[in-house]
Write a protein that binds this ligand. Sequence first.
Ligand SMILES: NC(=O)c1ccc[n+]([C@@H]2O[C@H](COP(=O)([O-])OP(=O)(O)OC[C@H]3O[C@@H](n4cnc5c(N)ncnc54)[C@H](OP(=O)(O)O)[C@@H]3O)[C@@H](O)[C@H]2O)c1
Length: 294
Amino acid sequence: MENKFVLITGASSGMGEATSILLAKSGYKVFAGVRSEKAIRQLNNLRISNLHPIKLDVTNQQDIENAFVVISKKIGTDGLMAIVNNAGNNYSAPTEYFNEAAARNLVETHFWGMASISRAFIPLLRVYAKSNPNKARIINVGSVGSISAFPFIQFYNAAKFAILGFTESIRFELEPFGIKAIAILPGSVKTEIWKKTENSVNNTVSSLSEDALRSYEHNIIAASRVSSSLEGSGISSQKAALIFKKALESKKPKFKYFIGIDAKAINFMVKYLPDSFRHRIVRLQLKFKKVNGK
Ligand SMILES: NC(=O)c1ccc[n+]([C@@H]2O[C@H](COP(=O)([O-])OP(=O)(O)OC[C@H]3O[C@@H](n4cnc5c(N)ncnc54)[C@H](OP(=O)(O)O)[C@@H]3O)[C@@H](O)[C@H]2O)c1
């Protein structure tokens, strides 16, 4: 196999890790971006020869520059076949009471992280695309939450909607270089993000005043329960990784790849049914308590 180098962010767990392992075992040379020494050790302990963990916090410009130097050196004149912008986190709060640092960190990670990584590594994709036209890829991980929103994760939805718009724009911009930009939009996938989201809800609830709790506690917990219940019906990150591989290898890659029947069903509703229908289903699931007698 010729040298096919791929950079994946957020590779310490979930879909990033599963995709890194799948691609490395399939012969790709994978730079797996992670934030901690522990995560580097864990990936190294897998002893997969094509898997190269690399320190990469996508919100840290110095990390991006260091990773660029290491990767440029390793790939030489082959160039980089693909970037997978996968790193992500979650934060839940009522809009009246959101913590600005946490909300900004979420948008920094999902949106600005993706933008900064793209800016830094597009030159290496262009090198690959020169001798392999239309095979170079930027794969950005959005969510079904890029087309349909849910209460109390407004910053997650905002960042994910933005990722979809960004990806559509650069799809046109980068086509002349032979680089395809693709959005992957998962529904529920069983990963650690669910536990992290639950922790975020608990932290928010414990930080709220009594007055705020009276207004929001019931509804934010109701939303969290509905969202947690979705994890059970989610697919495994190994199964999701197969879609990433398909997006990487397809001769004519689509703009959007939905992962899971739930994501496809919501896409159908967004496309063909009135918003009010979808909103009604969400309201029925949530069973929100009326506040202030409204
Ligand atoms: N699971 C789902 O149902 C689902 C559905 C739709 C979309 N998604 C999206 O899929 C992507 C992967 O999530 P996942 O479900 O696989 O969850 P996950 O297991 O929690 O993975 C998230 C990864 O992102 C990393 N990360 C967080 N902040 C980072 C930063 N500043 N720089 C670099 N890496 C960072 C985490 O690293 P640490 O270990 O260092 O925190 C972790 O490796 C996310 O973009 C998520 O929004 C997931």
